[in-house]
Design a protein around this ligand. Structure first.
Ligand code: ARG
Ligand code: ZN
Length: 848
């Protein structure tokens, strides 16, 4: 059934206190709960049945106020149980029950499950109902006491440890923040003193042998705790903070109160096993989950439609944290790359939804790029509109006013209105309207007056029909032909369908630099001739727009090439060369410049230009332009490669990582000229995973990887996270002609443990995100992926549904491919046991 925001109603009862007892057993764990309910005085109606959520539970016994309930007094169904109102003391009562669950049989990895012999939980969004009967909704916040009985030496839950296996959480919380972990785990310990003097013990729990891989995560945690104090005035509120690394996990990580549970790939790192990108992701996600302690846990969501209240804000916070730790301009480019790669296509296709959706079938399908990444962009715009100081004051008010509450987007908007005095009704449309606005531009200059007209298109992506004009902040700079800026940069507010901004007193028509810093998540349709673009590429003082100008030139070239036109990229390559060799620029920024737009980004751009993308032609075009650039830089590359070498022991810091990024970008180009000689050398001589893996990738994409692939496997076959990389890189970078055979064979490999989500995503996801391989014209790529999705859905609906998103852009391809894809989508849809998760996504894809 479809759940709707407009149907929200408070519960008939609130919960004060929960006592939980777990008698752990791999296939028959007994959970006994004692829950104190009281009437919700705000609900004038009644009397009410007691309705509790519950799934896959074996009810052994239940009582109310000490009176056992007979079998016919409790009505169980697939979604929970009901006790008729006449058996329920309406003012309040104590519910006790015992259920039996099967953690080992729980392949969905939701609720209580087992991973490599350890017990762990994932309760967001609705996993708690697979542990016991409960009011499994975020607006029901209660105090939890937990007692765990089991043989494991480590028995963990939320809050304060009373004694072995016994836990008390002083902070009321919704059930989705409950966690339990039990197993033979090792602990790495450290300490943090909050600014008001609370000593907090920090613990990271890992499997034996992984203790030496936690240093970076621990360091990132301490930096996150300090940062939240300094930037948001938020302190940690318990004496203990624990992180557990788990190998089988559907998502990245989970912010359970005081006991964060992480996918092990986002905790464990050594220089030999993790890349710079892995380190960066660990830092970001450790921060993200820690920041949830205030934006998510102390203040939570009233209902799941408000998910962006915690996720958009927390992503925004972790992005700013990463920028502070590294480089804001590089961070901004990377965040926009992610937004465009994941959120824009989502919003332009059949899975499009507003930042705050208004209906869903399965809430787990809404942990999306729109809720997270576009949600973060909305916060960034709000901050820009009210200013930094007002932003901070509004956040302070939010924490003060709503601490301990389950809130809505309306509550969030209201603190900004109260502090700024602004009416934010129109701004709120960002939460309510889906689709990516397109902003188009008209310029006029005469007699010293420059007129800039901005227009927003309400019907841009086909999924935006009859939409009202949104508030779009457009940061704008003006350049003279000598590169100087005759007017100060300003934020133009486009809050109508069309607006003209007038600037006087100019001696010449300026070159306008629009949407600096990507100040709004829109598509800017600004027709510039290539000279103008080249000018901004060379002279824009805004690093984002400098990068953007270069990218625009590259995209135009690549599209023309993919359409079979003969183009000369020499001008572009020459400008690129100047930037690549400019020692005054951050190496990381130079590396980003040298990286051509992805094949998917080229396909999107072709779509904007009204062309149907051909994935194979795009693949060739990208390779050809790379070669053009390599030739132009031929005499510089060996030197750049050598100069960017980082001496001394590996360090994951931003400077060293930036130099390695530029060094490896140079190597990628060089390998097109030297027959991969330098890449071979680097592969066999590398002492860190960043370089070893980059070299491996270059060799595989050149079809010269056979020996390295074998050696890599032998070297790393006992390191699961590194083996994931081995599967992923072959699936993702093997030349398109050979890719399907390679992934088919890897699907039979003894180490292809497909029930593990990381391993499944590595191989199947790696292949499906390599456009020229996945979209091969005979449709065999689609069939291969569909086979695996059908197989996984029977065990793990969440991960399957999420991966069905790889078909989300299917309408952009030619009719023949569309037919081949829809055949596979229908085949998936016909699976007799199809989960509601996957059913919802496939249904939308086919309807789209
Ligand atoms: N709240 C988590 C985070 O963003 C995500 C967990 C979502 N898990 C799920 N199964 N829906 O950090
Ligand atoms: Zn989150």
């Amino acid at each position: 059934p479809t759940i709707r925001l407009v149907d929200y109603q408070q519960p008939a009862f609130w919960i004060e206190k929960v006592n939980l007892k777990f008698a752990l057993h791999p296939t028959a764990t007994k959970v006994t709960s004692e829950i104190t309910f009281h009437a919700n005085a705000d609900r004038g109606d009644g009397p009410h049945d007691l309705r509790l959520d519950g799934r896959d539970l074996k009810l052994i016994h239940a009582s109310i106020d000490g009176r056992d309930l007979a079998d016919d007094e409790v009505l169980c169904d697939a979604e929970g149980l009901s006790v008729p109102a006449d058996l329920v003391p309406q003012e309040g009562f104590t519910w006790r029950c015992t259920v039996e669950i099967n953690p080992e049989g729980n392949t969905a990895l939701e609720g209580l499950y087992m991973s490599n012999g350890m017990y762990c939980t994932q309760c967001e969004a609705q996993g708690f109902r697979k542990i016991t009967y409960y009011l499994d909704r975020p607006d029901v916040m209660a105090r939890f006491n937990v007692k765990i009985e089991g043989e494991a030496p480590v028995l963990l839950s939320n809050g304060n440890k009373i004694n072995h296996g016994s836990w008390q959480d002083p902070w009321p919380k919704p059930a989705y923040l409950f966690a339990l972990v039990a197993g033979e785990l090792e602990v790495v310990e450290d300490q943090f003193t909050t600014r008001s003097g609370r000593d907090v013990v920090l613990q990271i729990f890992v499997r034996k042998g992984d203790e030496d891989k936690c240093d970076y995560a621990m360091d990132a945690l301490k930096r996150s705790m300090r940062w939240d104090e300094e930037h948001y005035g938020r302190e940690y509120d318990l004496d203990l903070f624990m992180i557990v690394a788990v190998d089988d996990f559907n998502m990245g990580a989970m912010e359970n109160k005081g006991l964060n549970i992480f996918n092990s790939r986002l905790v464990l790192a050594t220089p030999e096993t993790a890349t710079d990108a892995n380190y960066k992701a660990i830092e970001a996600v450790i921060a993200h989950e820690y920041f949830h302690n205030w934006t998510g846990n102390r203040i939570t969501c009233r209902d799941w439609f408000q998910l962006c209240l915690k996720e958009g804000l927390t992503v925004f916070r972790d992005q700013k944290f990463s920028g502070d730790m590294r480089s804001h301009s590089v961070q901004r480019i990377e965040d926009v790359l992610t937004l465009r790669a994941r959120q824009f296509p989502e919003d332009a296709g059949p899975l499009s939804h507003p930042v705050r959706p208004e209906e869903y079938i399965e809430i787990n399908n809404f942990y999306t790029a729109t809720v997270y990444e576009k949600g973060a962009e909305v916060i960034g715009m709000l901050k820009r509109l009210v200013g930094d100081e007002t932003y901070r004051a509004a956040c302070d008010l939010y924490f003060e006013r709503h601490d301990g509450q389950a809130c809505t987007i309306e509550d969030w908007i209201r603190v900004f209105e109260d502090v700024s005095g602004q009416d934010l009704t129109q701004f709120k449309l960002w939460y309510q309207q889906n689709g990516t606005p397109v902003v188009s531009v008209d310029e006029d200059f005469s007699q010293g007056t420059y007129r800039l007209t901005l227009r927003q298109d309400a019907d841009a992506s086909g999924h935006r029909i009859d939409k009202a004009a949104q508030v779009i902040p457009v940061m704008t700079g003006f350049l003279d032909t000598d590169g100087s800026e005759p007017l100060p940069e300003q934020c133009l507010i486009l809050d109508a369908a069309e607006k003209t901004f007038v600037f006087e007193g100019l001696t010449a028509k300026p070159v306008v630099s629009l949407l600096r810093g990507f100040s709004a998540p829109v598509i800017l349709d600004h027709t510039m001739d290539s000279d103008q673009r080249m000018f901004l590429f060379k002279h824009d003082s805004d690093t984002f727009n400098k990068w953007e100008a270069g990218r625009g030139i590259a995209l135009d070239l690549l599209c023309d090439m993919a359409r079979g036109q003969l183009v000369k990229g020499a001008n572009f390559a020459d400008a690129l060369r100047t930037i690549a060799l400019d020692g005054a620029l951050d190496p990381n920024f130079r590396a980003l410049m040298l990286t051509l737009p992805s094949e998917d980004a080229i396909a999107v751009h072709m779509g904007h230009l009204g062309a149907v993308p051909d994935p194979e032609a795009i693949h060739r075009a990208r390779h050809d332009l790379k070669k053009t650039i390599a030739k132009q830089l031929a005499s510089d590359l060996p030197e750049l490669f050598a100069a960017m070498r980082v001496r001394g022991p590996y360090s994951p810091d931003a400077d060293a990582a930036g130099r390695r990024a530029l060094r490896l970008a140079a190597l990628g180009l060089l390998s097109l000229l030297d027959d991969c000689a330098a890449a071979q050398d680097l592969y066999w001589g590398a002492d860190n995973m960043t370089e070893q893996f980059a070299a491996l990738s270059i060799l595989i994409s050149a079809g010269k990887g056979a020996d390295a692939i074998d050696a890599f496997y032998k070297q790393w076959k006992d390191e699961g996270l590194v083996l994931d990389k081995w599967f992923a890189i072959q699936a993702g970078t093997t030349p398109p002609e050979a890719a399907l055979d390679v992934v088919r064979a890897l699907g039979e490999h003894g180490d292809f443990n497909w029930k593990n989500p990381n391993r499944f995503r590595s191989l199947i996801g790696g292949f499906a995100t390599a456009p020229a391989s996945f979209h091969r014209a005979d449709g065999r790529g689609y069939e291969f992926v569909a086979d695996w999705l059908i197989k996984l859905d029977a065990l793990n609906p969440q991960t399957t549904a999420r991966m069905c998103g790889v078909f989300g852009t299917w309408k952009r391809y030619d009719k023949k491919r569309q037919t081949l894809i829809s055949t596979q989508l229908r085949r998936i849809q016909k699976t007799p046991t199809l989960s509601k998760d996957t059913g919802e996504i496939i249904g939308k894809l086919l309807a789209g």
